[in-house]
Write a new protein. Structure first.
Length: 593
């Protein structure tokens, strides 16, 4: 079998002859960018083959291995910009702490109790479990795994100790009181964020994040679902469980605690991410009527999901609303205070999937649009995630184009916020027409033509605009512009559909809340300029950060939050856009800028 060596890594793999190089890279657990899932559509999995019969740069997804090779993988972008913080109300509020005792939450999901357990009186026949219940409360549940060693433990501690409970379920008996911890995870299609919290005070002990390792198998949920369905090897489940395990260990190390001090975990993600994490096939998401296989709250032993925490700890995976409106949307809603929805409010979470909610009071409509990949850098020729070197801002001054990059480094690609800004700049300079066509320089203003006429070139089989003087540098193609048009039109048509369902117009919306990383970094002016958001709403837009992560934190801390999450999932009405008679017309009407 051919041996593949990876330059710069102390890693080799043996693969059967004919194996695609991308599968060899995956087998070595090395990073490879494959937004299209390795189907030869995006061209972003190129690697350098340094020897053999055909050295050079090749797409890893179409290069078949027939001999021993040394391969160089392009360096992954450094300093990925991962949004960890939210701007909502998750965690204990000042009033909640004041209503508690000594800085503790008033009704935490995980709690500890110091207690003395009297022995069964002579002449009675109380079990040890009955004695514990009499001391702690009849509502306490004692699993058999804890009861098995309960008598010995009580005798060791002279029948007094610190009892650890989660939702009235006894987890363990300790000699002395010390903090107990909970975890909250936000599994995004692109990134994963983990929060470690003191379960009784709500204090955040640490936070860790990473890129979702499943990105090597596709930048969107459809690509990953198709891979899982065609291979059936559980690899994507193993990858995401390993990621959560690593983040748990990293958080524990940062906080200086033992992972066994962690007694509960709340996990949110879109429907596909939750299915893959649970080990449930996402097949039902790929065929009509595109529904989830599992949509209810799942409360499971954390150990069964591979989390290295307290052996009796449990994990809650959020309920979903619909096939493509998952637990992350429920978590966003959970993070919002009741006052936030007193007036008509539009909530947008635009990532690799786009989820929309229009709400007023207890009335909520939601829908999903396949709009996000362009805004995450996928399907864009020079697109990339928000990392060092990504063009993240663009603007014009006195008819000249300027842009900035993350970290101030030379441009390595274009991330979502920069992409939107660049489209606006090219519209303002008349390089782009309102219909999205790149005009020839003869139709540009005279000064624009003199400055930038030479930057209109042929790239990737079509017209492209160079951002710099370097002919081999970063550029925006006509195809890229079309991808943005399709994405923004889907979002805009979704907003129209939600308004129609509620019998309102976009102008009636009083507040627009942008959740997630893309919403946090985009320019509201650019979003309105291209028609992603109705321009009438420009002064009503604000970002709320990683609201899905905030909702997960609330659920990990509060006894009532999980129940509220279930109620939100059940009472939010889902619109299947493809089934609406006017959606296609609305979609077409929003294609122009």
């Amino acid at each position: 079998m051919p041996v593949i060596s990876f330059y710069g890594y102390q890693t080799t793999v043996k693969v059967p002859e004919g194996t695609l190089l991308i599968d060899a890279v995956r087998a070595a657990s090395l990073p490879v960018d494959a937004p299209c899932g390795g189907h030869g559509k995006c061209g972003k999995c190129r690697v350098s083959v340094l020897n053999g019969q055909t050295p050079g740069i090749h797409p890893a997804c179409s290069f078949a291995v027939t001999e021993d090779l040394t391969v160089r993988i392009p360096s992954a972008p450094a300093g990925n910009r991962i949004l960890e913080a939210g701007k909502g109300t998750a965690g204990p509020s000042e009033s909640a702490l004041q209503n508690g005792t000594k800085g503790r939450l008033p009704n935490p999901l995980v709690r500890t109790v110091d207690a003395v357990i009297p022995a069964c009186p002579i002449g009675e026949s109380f079990s040890e479990c009955r004695c514990v219940k009499q001391a702690l409360g009849e509502q306490v549940q004692i699993p058999l795994s804890v009861a098995a060693s309960l008598h010995r433990r009580l005798e060791e501690l002279d029948r007094r100790g610190n009892f650890v409970l989660c939702q009235d379920r006894l987890l363990s008996v300790r000699r002395d009181a010390k903090p107990v911890y909970v975890l909250a995870f936000d599994i995004g299609t692109t990134t994963v964020v983990s929060y470690l919290l003191d379960g009784e005070t709500g204090r955040q002990a640490s936070v860790s994040s990473m890129l979702n390792p499943q990105t090597a198998y596709g930048g969107d949920v459809i690509s990953r679902s198709e891979y899982d369905l065609s291979h059936g090897d559980g690899r994507l489940t193993a990858l995401i469980r390993s990621a959560l395990r690593s983040l748990t260990e990293e958080n524990s190390k940062k906080a200086g605690i033992s992972p066994e001090d962690i007694c509960f975990a709340a996990i949110v993600g879109n429907t596909c991410m939750q299915h893959l994490y649970l080990g449930v096939s996402p097949e039902s998401l790929l065929c009509a009527p595109y529904t989830a296989t599992v949509d209810e709250l799942q409360l499971l032993p954390a150990a069964s999901l591979g989390l290295p925490v307290h052996p009796e700890a449990q994990a809650a995976v959020f309920p979903s609303i619909a096939g493509f409106v998952g637990g992350d949307t429920v978590s966003v809603l959970l993070s919002l205070p009741e006052a936030a929805l007193r007036e008509l409010t539009l909530i947008l979470d635009i990532g690799t999937n786009g989820e929309l909610v229009l709400a007023k009071g207890s009335l909520r409509y939601t829908c999903s649009t396949a709009a996000g990949p362009a805004f995450e850098g996928a399907r864009i020729c020079c697109g990339m995630r928000g990392a060092a070197g990504a063009v993240d801002r663009a603007f014009t001054e006195e008819g000249e184009l300027h842009f900035t990059t993350i970290g101030g480094l030379p441009p390595a690609g274009i991330c979502g916020s920069g992409l939107m800004d660049l489209i606006c700049c090219l519209l303002d300079l008349k390089i782009l027409s309102p219909r999205g066509r790149m005009n020839p320089p003869s139709k540009w203003p005279e000064r624009t033509a003199s400055l930038y006429g030479h930057r209109l070139v042929k790239k990737d089989g079509g017209t492209a605009f160079l951002l710099t003087e370097d002919p081999d540098g970063i550029y925006l193609t006509q195809k890229d512009v079309r991808e943005v048009q399709l994405a923004k039109s889907a979002i805009a048509a979704g907003i129209d559909s939600l308004c129609q369902a509620m019998g309102v117009s976009p102008a009636d919306i009083r507040s627009v809340l942008l959740a997630g990383a893309f919403g946090n970094y985009l320019s509201p002016e650019s979003a309105c300029r291209i028609g992603l958001i109705p321009p009438v709403l420009l002064d009503r837009i604000r970002g709320i950060g990683n609201a899905a992560g905030e909702g997960a934190r609330l659920a990990a801390l509060s006894r009532g939050a999980l129940k509220t999450a279930e109620e939100l999932a059940k009472s939010t009405k889902f619109l299947e856009l493809a089934a609406l008679p006017g959606f296609q017309d609305a979609y077409l009407s929003h294609l122009n800028f």
